[in-house]
Ligand binder design. Sequence first.
Ligand SMILES: Nc1ncnc2c1ncn2[C@@H]1O[C@H](COP(=O)(O)OP(=O)(O)OP(=O)(O)O)[C@@H](O)[C@H]1O
Ligand SMILES: [Mg+2]
Length: 240
Amino acid sequence: MGKKNKILNVENIQTYYGVSHVIQGLSMFVEEKEAVSILGRNGVGKTTTLRSIIGLTPPRSGSIFINGKETTRWQPHKISRLGVAYVPAERHIFPGLTVEENLRMAARPGNGKDAWTIEKICDHFPILAERTAQNGATLSGGEQQMLAIGRALISNPKIIIMDEPSQGLSPLLVQMITDVVLKFCVQSGITLLIVEQNYRMALKVADRHYLMDNRGEIVSIASTRELEDNPEIIQSHLAV
Ligand SMILES: Nc1ncnc2c1ncn2[C@@H]1O[C@H](COP(=O)(O)OP(=O)(O)OP(=O)(O)O)[C@@H](O)[C@H]1O
Ligand SMILES: [Mg+2]
């Protein structure tokens, strides 16, 4: 009783690019309906960790479990079919497709009345609703990020994994994206793993934080409360 289901469990992974040993023994987990962040300076291996999890850069050793199933070194499309939605920092909108086509390509049926559909996206994302027929290439950075999040939601995933959604956006847009992530992911009970350098955003959306240092090591795990009460923890790990 009371034991929560781990949607994601990463055990001691080692990930390389060729001979470059980027992730040197990283372990972490995300429980069902949890919102968790990974914080760390430029180049410590945050994106590589996410790429290891979703199968784009599989770890050479260690294990990854999604919903209890070992998925280490599975192909990305197989991992995605388990209900893992990835929102890359570059957003990867299809530039030649319209907003609606971008959404339809990612759509997967969900369960019950809370499932995300094109109609529901249009109801909740006015910015996208006004632009359904507009080409992906013509969207602004903030609009692309909204579309990337909409595309993740419409796949009705078990977990959404986001890489630096605030990257390159103005403070006002970061605020809008923060609100969207809070309202539609965190408060609606979708499990979230978010990587951020903008720790203010991470503290707003996530409850638990992994602080990552060079060599892709987790050096500290803290709650939002602990980080707010002890800003020197963030200073020592994130300040440049
Ligand atoms: N395709 C690649 N080939 C070789 N080395 C890479 C490749 N991608 C990343 N690296 C290196 O791996 C290390 C970790 O990179 P990664 O992108 O995971 O860091 P990050 O924490 O996401 O950084 P950032 O904050 O800049 O996004 C860096 O030293 C980077 O130069
Ligand atoms: Mg990165």
